[in-house]
Design a protein around this ligand. Structure first.
Ligand code: SF4
Ligand code: SF4
Length: 472
């Protein structure tokens, strides 16, 4: 009997399958069928990439390369400033240009280093895919690696949470005597509608995912390493189980519900533990990493390669030919959409990420960053359904006053009272925002999705949070 089977029975048998979920949440239309069947494609090398010096939570990087310098794939161009930061590496071979600026989807203005691609690249086409996902992943030897070295490699390779959170990975991988880790959860839930990048990764490259999971578990000395995946991905579940055979990694199947992939919801669903308000998974002995992050960790440790590429889903009813693409970080949204045949007649809104937690973008010339899991192009109807309306709110459905129906409360996975936090923003009342724990909101969007009064609850909660930040 494999260790995976033993752990599956030993660790999870006490929790019946129907309970592997969390309180609250919603069931938005999945829409994954558009891109789920599309194998990961390597895009032709773009003429230029533009690399923001801030692609992670924490301090921006310091530029360490002059304009008109020749850089090789993987060279450091931005050095981490401070502990919570992550270096940025050249994602192709080429020549740097003068620093410019871009506005990231969440609205922050940041410096960008452009690199014009050389005509010849070290890897192109299938060779890129093979170098990143192919070959042997030394699964049998991974428990010999030095834990501190694994964390240091994650730091030097610029790894951050590739699920979108972009928290620097090396911090999660440091052992902490005061807070020992019992469980390393590898997040393969990918609960956002439309996105299938993680699904294709798990299906096509399960071995680097499992290798990285073992390395991550070794780094923090976790007793249990578990890949968590929703039950709407049976092929990926099978692929991961096969790859984990004979290792200390188990696979836990979860109910399909949004936002199952939220760290706190995942911990609640898999382990029945509650992360305290204002606390971290570390506080309950858990670390959560995305499947893309573990695959990148395996590449960094076993192949000495920094984070230069990622898988991006380009999907939605507004794009001609949805695909999953392996792209150099810094490639423009426009290049990827054009590669997918362009926008069609019903395209209305381009979202960085998925429609629940993503941000509408004002320009297609923004670059893919480490946290860009997808580009979703919504129709007019979907734009309204998911609550995107542009700056003037014109795309949104007409609002009515709050009906006090309580639907936002019943779906909030953080047990908050969203309507009250929204009211705090409207009345400019920071004490109210504080009393109703605005800071605990994970901006999952469930409340706004369910609100029959069409109140833009999440936007208002963001304003409440900003109000609290100003107060402190
Ligand atoms: S209040 Fe925040 S955490 Fe709760 S449903 Fe709304 S967006 Fe999600
Ligand atoms: S769901 Fe909307 S209408 Fe109902 S209580 Fe919440 S904010 Fe008010």
């Amino acid at each position: 009997m494999s260790m995976a089977t033993i752990l599956s029975k030993g660790t999870f048998a006490k929790r019946p399958f129907r309970k592997r979920s969390f309180k609250g949440g919603i069931y938005p239309p999945e829409q994954k069928g558009l891109a789920a069947g599309m194998p990961i494609e390597v895009i032709p090398t773009p003429e230029e990439v533009r690399l923001p010096l801030l692609q992670h939570l924490g301090a921006p990087c310091k530029q360490v390369i002059e304009p008109r310098s020749q850089v090789q794939l993987g060279d450091i161009i931005g050095r981490a400033k401070g502990f919570i930061s992550a270096p940025i590496h050249a994602s192709l071979r080429g020549t740097t240009a003068r620093v410019s600026a871009t506005t990231l989807p969440a609205g922050r203005r940041v410096d960008v280093i452009p690199i014009k691609a050389d005509e010849t690249q070290p890897f192109t086409d299938r060779a890129v895919y093979d170098e990143i996902f192919g070959g042997d992943w030394a699964i049998e030897e991974l428990n010999n690696y030095d834990p501190e070295q694994i964390a240091n490699t994650a730091r030097d390779a610029g790894l951050v949470g590739l699920g979108g959170a972009t928290f620097p990975t090396h911090i999660k991988l440091r052992r902490n005597k005061e807070k020992p880790i019992s469980h390393m959860l590898i997040n393969g839930a990918e609960c956002e509608p439309y996105l299938t990048a993680d699904y294709r990764l798990m299906l096509e490259a399960p071995r680097p995912v499992i290798s990285g999971a073992i390395l991550a578990g070794r780094a923090v000395d976790a007793e249990h390493v578990t890949v968590c995946i929703e039950n709407n991905k049976p092929k990926a579940i099978k692929a991961l189980r096969n790859a984990a055979e004979g290792t200390n990694v188990s696979v836990c199947v979860l109910k399909t519900k949004y936002p199952q992939g939220g760290e706190k919801q995942l911990i609640s669903a898999v382990l029945g533990k509650t992360v305290p308000l204002g606390g971290l998974p570390l506080d309950v002995g858990v670390v959560v990493l995305n499947v893309g992050t573990t695959a990148a960790l395996a590449r960094a440790v076993l192949r000495g390669r920094p984070l230069t590429h990622r898988v991006v889903t380009v999907s939605g009813k507004g794009v001609m030919a949805p695909k999953n693409l392996l792209v150099p970080i810094g490639t423009s949204f426009r290049y990827l959409i054009d590669y997918c045949g362009g926008l069609n007649d019903v395209a209305q809104t381009v979202i960085a990420g998925g429609p629940m937690m993503g941000f509408a973008v004002g320009s297609l010339d923004i670059p893919v960053t480490k946290g860009t899991s997808g580009i979703t192009v919504l129709t007019q109807h979907e734009t309204r359904r998911f609550g995107f309306g542009g700056g003037d709110g014109s795309g949104q459905k007409p609002q009515t006053p709050c009906l006090r129906c309580g639907r936002c409360v019943s779906v909030c996975p953080m047990n908050l009272v969203p309507g009250r936090i929204a009211q705090a923003a409207r009345t400019n009342h920071p004490q109210l925002a504080e009393r109703y724990h605005a800071d605990a909101c994970v901006e999952c969007g469930c409340c706004a999705f369910e609100c029959p009064a069409n109140i833009p609850v999440v936007q208002l909660i963001r304003l409440s949070k900003a109000m609290l930040r100003r107060k402190t």
